[in-house]
Design a protein around this ligand. Structure first.
Ligand SMILES: [Zn+2]
Ligand SMILES: [Zn+2]
Length: 265
């Protein structure tokens, strides 16, 4: 096995993924309570003690809610850029072992190459990530995962970054009509969600995928669905052009309740 990748949960209410290589076990975002993350890890045969590090995209609670609890027993290594770490640090009683990276750079953690890139979202310094592992030979094939959620639109930089990965996790946050008709959210919040620093609609995510020429994807996971302003039917309808043979990749939709597919490459 080169890598194992599983989304433990993903929606507007919480996001957390597990990435395992021969050399490390890490979480990408930790947007559930530590207790809940513990339960999710148990379901895949792990405990929080197995986690070597967490990589944070930004400080919103649906990405960071578990950090305080995960650091109760030990100061866990938490990778974040300066902006995210500074905002989050003030709210934490249990302090992580911060590992600060600079947005746009590449760094390594236990054989995992990590690249961060800026995304447009209403947080202090939000990023997407690409994780790469392996030397590119038979024994150690090179594999990569892109984690791209929470972006109001997709700049050219994002399009370039996601093209050559094996696994793409992409936000398909809302259906514009369901968002418009939602009764819980005030107008200003709806404007924020659909704005340039909000979230990708199903159609925007689909158009982004369609605009990438000859992608290397083997698997695309649609994630960060809004519980109230999206539905599995709306996602299926929007992404129908990518169903069926001939696209070269499998498409999964991560339901707001439940795990994503367990992918080993
Ligand atoms: Zn966010
Ligand atoms: Zn989010």
């Amino acid at each position: 096995m080169a890598i194992r990748f599983t989304i433990l949960g993903s929606s507007s209410s919480g996001n957390c993924a597990l990435l395992v290589t021969d050399d490390c076990t890490v979480l990408i975002d930790a947007g559930f309570s530590a207790r809940k993350i513990g339960g999710m890890l148990e379901e895949v045969g792990l405990t929080p003690d197995a986690i070597d590090a967490v990589f944070l995209t930004h400080e919103h609670s649906d990405h960071c809610a578990g950090i305080n609890g995960l650091c109760r027993k030990r100061p866990l290594k938490v990778f974040a850029n300066r902006g995210t770490a500074t905002v989050l640090h003030r709210k934490l009683r249990n302090r992580p072992d911060w590992q600060i990276f600079e947005t746009g750079t590449c760094f390594e953690f236990r054989g995992l190459e990590v690249e961060s890139f800026q995304i447009p979202h209403d947080a202090t310094e939000p990023v997407g990530f690409i994780f790469r592992h392996g030397h590119g030979d038979l024994l150690s094939p090179r594999r990569s995962v892109a984690w791209v959620t929470d972006l109001g639109y997709a700049p050219e930089l994002v399009r370039q970054r996601i093209r050559d990965v094996d696994i793409l996790v992409l936000e398909a946050n809302h259906d514009p009509a369901l968002l418009r008709n939602d009764r819980k959210r005030p107008w200003a919040v709806k404007q924020r969600i659909s704005g340039r620093h909000g979230h990708l609609s199903n159609e925007a995510a689909r158009d982004l995928m369609a605009s990438v020429e000859r992608p290397s994807w083997r698997h695309v996971c649609l994630a960060h669905l809004s519980r109230d302003c999206n539905s599995l039917d709306a996602v299926e309808a929007a992404f129908a052009p990518f169903r069926g043979d001939g696209h070269g990749f499998e498409l999964s939709v991560v339901a707001p309740e439940g795990f994503g597919p367990d992918l080993s490459l």
